[in-house]
Design a protein around this ligand. Structure first.
Ligand code: SAM
Length: 286
């Protein structure tokens, strides 16, 4: 078996290569370049357009923090929208909340779903077969602009702001998300690595602040995203759902019967909103 090194090419001055002991799938889809390969340390790796999206060894970090921070902040989220997220990891975590009646996932590229089911079925698990799940193949920007539904939480599990994902980082899209949120709802999006790409966090924070009463970026450590902690951003008009007491969060996770988490805890939830000074400066100067 021949070994190949696959480079991450998204940073202009820094490249990281991952060893591919076996390339499982490589295709230029209608929307992006997709490659899935095996790595002895990381497990199965998905790269889209030269950016590492996930590895089966550490995907739980990102997926738990994308799903549980907004959903645990809400008393009884029922209707949830995931934009992007074709690997099914966020959908899997959302569906752990027994109060959720419906979770819609809008993914532009069916190939990402099909290849997840073929090459890392443990990531979606049974999520795509859950009767509460509605999987829509469409552009998230167009879907959110047209939807008449109101969602308690909208979770934007997009790639970096290049290729088809670029529209999912625009003011136009976030304004449509705001319109599609139920009263007191939450919008969460990934916000990249602020040490390397401070403009990404600053730009989203500016847009969120112009649309919502409260903006609260938070962070997690995703080992496969090289370049420091990873930022997510959280926006809501309901100030009361921020700074929840840990005992409230602990009660919610117990009541919803969720007991298999590997990253999210009530303490991590609270601490994630404490930003290191360099990231805080990006946010306050935004
Ligand atoms: N969940 C991953 C992780 O663990 O890091 C990263 C996100 S990846 C799954 C982002 C997804 O957004 C891809 O499946 C991509 O096809 C999808 N996507 C990109 N642009 C989109 C758009 N305009 N509308 C809907 N989905 C989009």
């Amino acid at each position: 078996m021949s070994t190949r090194w696959i480079e991450e090419t998204f940073h202009p001055h820094w490249r990281v290569a991952l060893e591919a002991s076996e390339v499982l799938h490589e295709v230029k889809t209608e929307h992006q370049h997709l490659v899935i390969f095996r790595n002895e340390t990381w497990g199965t790796v998905l790269m889209l357009d030269g950016v590492c999206q996930l590895t089966t060894s550490d995907e739980f970090v990102y997926h738990e923090m994308m799903a549980h921070v907004p959903l645990m902040a809400l008393e009884k989220p029922k209707n949830v929208l995931v934009v992007g997220g074709g690997d099914g990891g966020v959908l899997r975590e959302v569906l752990k909340h027994d109060c959720v009646d419906k979770a819609t996932m809008v993914e532009i590229d069916r190939t990402v779903i099909d290849t997840a089911l073929e090459h890392y079925p443990e990531i979606p698990g049974a999520a795509f077969d859950d009767p509460r799940a509605d999987v829509v193949i469409a552009d998230g920007l167009e879907y959110v602009a047209k939807t008449e539904e109101k969602f308690d939480a909208i979770i934007v599990d997009s790639s970096e702001p290049i290729g088809p994902s670029a529209v999912l980082h625009t003011r136009e899209f976030f304004a449509d998300c705001k319109r599609a949120l139920a009263k007191g709802g939450v919008l969460v999006t990934q916000n990249g690595l602020p040490f390397l790409f401070p403009d990404h966090l600053a730009g989203t924070t500016r847009v969120f602040a112009s649309l919502f009463k409260r903006v609260a970026p938070y962070m997690c450590t995703q080992p496969c995203y090289f370049g420091g902690p990873f930022a997510l951003n959280f926006a809501t008009d309901d100030k009361s759902i921020l700074n929840l007491e840990q005992k409230v969060l602990a009660k919610r996770v117990r009541k919803r019967g969720i007991s298999d988490l590997k990253y999210w805890t009530p303490a991590v939830h609270s601490a994630a909103f404490a930003l290191p000074a360099y990231a805080e400066a990006v946010v306050t100067e935004a």
